[in-house]
Design a protein around this ligand. Structure first.
Ligand code: XIL
Length: 345
């Protein structure tokens, strides 16, 4: 039977996964490497291209893991989504503490960002299909103030102009890579309620950047969903993709997973509690896939890890504990979500 990657390419769609380099290099876990190499047409580094990993000490770059990742993709003829150039998380401590104690000025910070983008994009020039240039720059309704705004370290220190700067610097370093803005909670549009607001904000932002001639080529919707929030609606997800596409940009699902709360019954292995969750997870994976297949601008569909034994979810969402978020179980058995994606393709 054919891989998700092969099936996707028949539609001109790259089905990809995030890759965890520790799992990939674990000699006791050969199935991880096998599936990562064979099942997907595109790969994203889960962590090793983030700034804290690339430059843990100021001025000395730790390229080996990211280089190894890019080599892995090349050997397997996989396209690479570069992730991520500008984000408020997983920044090196020397950078955030330097800004906090005033030893790095705003002017110096902007110059450090320019150098970082230029250095990283230049190193992998010609090897990256899509770069996530700016990640998660926009607030959510539960933030303070609740009115949507540009949030986080970069907006606070440089003002929102850093976004246009980042795209321009990335374009200058690799004119051929597709440059993406990437965020969560922008997967749908058309409910008529507050769930539309962030999608609209990112649409307005992208429109204004394009009008200023800023080189933004795509909008990535992360797709971190949860079964406790109910099923996404295919028409609303399609509408969000079309809304972005109307600006002339590409789209992609960049980090899809669909987690569930691990109640006591689930942890005790009660199938009557597990099965509905697996089914709801599969349904949501499928909604995003159907929407992506329905909209020509949707270039890729990337899952954020493919197996429950190497998913970020249990480590991140632990109160209440959540899991079961990926398309293979912890023993690499394909789940319903995997079958559902196959039948969509
Ligand atoms: C996550 C990784 O999966 C974890 O291993 C890490 O500890 C934290 O970051 N949005 C993103 C990704 O853009 O980079 C995040 O990845 C998940 C949320």
């Amino acid at each position: 039977t054919q891989s998700l990657g092969t099936l996707g390419l028949r539609h001109g769609l790259h089905v990809g996964t995030a890759v965890n380099m520790d799992a990939l290099n674990d000699a006791d876990d050969p199935q991880y490497r096998k599936l990562a190499s064979t099942e997907f047409a595109s790969v994203t580094a889960e962590n090793v291209m983030k700034w804290e990993s690339l430059e843990p000490t100021r001025g000395s770059y730790n390229w080996a893991p990211a280089d190894q990742f890019v080599e892995f993709a090349k050997r397997n003829r996989q396209s690479v989504r570069g992730h991520v150039l500008v984000w408020h998380n997983q920044l090196p401590a020397w950078l955030t503490s330097g800004v906090a104690d005033g030893s790095i000025s705003k002017q110096e910070l902007r110059e450090l960002l320019r150098k970082h983008i230029t250095t990283v994009v230049n190193r992998y020039k010609g090897k990256i299909w899509q770069w996530d240039v700016v990640n998660e720059a926009v607030s959510d309704p539960w933030d303070t103030p609740s009115t949507l705004h540009y949030k986080g370290f970069w907006a606070q220190n440089l003002g929102p102009g850093y976004i246009a700067d980042a795209f321009r610097w990335a374009r200058a370093a690799d004119p051929k890579a597709l440059l993406f803005y990437n965020d969560y909670n922008i997967e749908a549009f058309g409910s008529g309620n507050a769930a539309d607001d962030k999608t609209q904000f990112v649409y307005d932002m992208t429109k204004s950047l394009r009008a200023q001639g800023v080189p933004i080529d795509g909008v990535g919707s992360q797709g971190h969903l949860g079964t406790q929030y109910g099923n996404f609606d295919t028409l609303q997800v399609t509408a969000a993709l079309k809304k972005f596409a109307s600006l002339g940009v590409a789209t992609a699902f960049t980090e899809v997973d669909v987690r569930s709360q691990l109640t006591e019954g689930v942890q005790a292995g009660n199938s009557e509690e597990i099965n509905p969750r697996l089914q709801a997870s599969a349904a949501n994976f499928s909604v995003l896939m159907k929407a992506c297949l329905a909209v020509r601008s949707c270039l890729s569909y990337t899952v954020w890890g493919f197996s429950d034994n190497h998913s970020w979810v249990p480590g991140w969402f632990d109160d209440p504990p959540e899991g079961l978020a990926t398309i293979y179980d912890e023993n690499y058995q394909p789940k319903r979500a995997y079958q559902e994606l196959k039948s969509d393709l």
